[in-house]
Design a binder for this molecule. Structure first.
Ligand SMILES: C[S@@+](CC[C@H](N)C(=O)[O-])C[C@H]1O[C@@H](n2cnc3c(N)ncnc32)[C@H](O)[C@@H]1O
Length: 241
């Protein structure tokens, strides 16, 4: 487990947990509306990235900050590996549990803080974290914790929002993300704060190259990234040495 959080980090976690508890029931609808359903394609890309390990019946794959379970379900579809989901927000996990049971899937869910997971060192064959790393109070320490519980040779796949680099498209995206998303998100979810937080958290998050360096600093090798949909999201992959 990583060291204890400082006071600011603990306050951040508390606020994030409360925010997701407040929007859990509307999260899926908002996700798909605001990403215009493209998030489904991004999740499929993550599954393709882990195809080998997912077809191994002895492998265990952990989906961290699994929320309402969309990525866990996508990974488990047709997989022979065991997929496990974990998140620290119980209302998000409750939505995930309902969806997993509706799909008659076997995906155990565990309530846990990604900054201090109670798994032993080198426990998992692969780890995913989708739109979760950005929400952690300390990205570098979060990555170190994921590194710790990954088996040597195991892959971490991070799916995260990012900022497009292409001039023109970037301005258009900024307008949508900073003006439209908080308004529409606020109206549908009843929490304007959550959808003001979203663009703010993306602007604070390291850009693609910096995140890659941060993964290397956490110990990962063979780090690479792929921009998705003009750079509004990215998949970063790293391997535990
Ligand atoms: C934007 S949602 C993403 C959910 C899901 N992975 C998806 O792709 O839709 C972020 C999730 O991260 C979780 N989260 C944030 N900080 C966390 C932490 N410190 N430990 C565990 N989960 C955390 C939240 O509870 C929330 O469910």
């Amino acid at each position: 487990m990583t060291a204890h959080l400082n006071a600011a980090e603990a306050a951040h976690e508390k606020a994030v947990k409360e925010m997701f508890s407040g929007i859990a029931g509307r999260y899926d609808l908002l996700n798909h509306v605001m990403s215009m359903n493209i998030d489904r394609l991004w999740r499929r890309r993550v599954r393709r990235e882990l195809q080998d390990v997912l077809s191994d019946p002895k492998a265990v794959v952990l989906d961290v900050a699994c929320g309402t379970g969309d990525l866990s379900i996508e990974l488990a579809r047709g997989a022979r590996a065991q997929v496990v989901g974990t998140d620290f927000c119980r209302p998000m996990l409750s939505v995930a549990a309902g969806k997993i049971s509706a799909e008659s899937m076997d995906v155990p869910l565990l309530e846990a803080d990604a900054m201090a997971l109670s798994f032993g060192d080198e426990s998992f064959d692969a780890i995913t974290i989708a739109f979760g790393l950005r929400n952690l109070p300390n990205h570098a320490d979060g990555l170190k914790e994921l590194y710790r519980i990954l088996k040597p040779g195991g892959k971490l796949v991070v799916l995260e929002c990012s900022n497009p680099a292409l001039p023109g498209f970037r301005q258009l995206f900024d307008l949508y993300f900073n003006k439209v998303v908080p308004r529409v998100g606020g109206m549908i979810s009843g929490s304007r704060g959550a959808y003001t937080y979203l663009p703010e958290s993306v602007s604070r998050f390291p850009d693609k190259k910096r995140l890659a360096r941060m993964m290397e600093d956490a110990g990962f090798s063979q780090v690479r990234f792929t921009s998705l949909t003009g750079g509004v999201a990215a998949i970063h992959v790293g391997v535990r040495r």
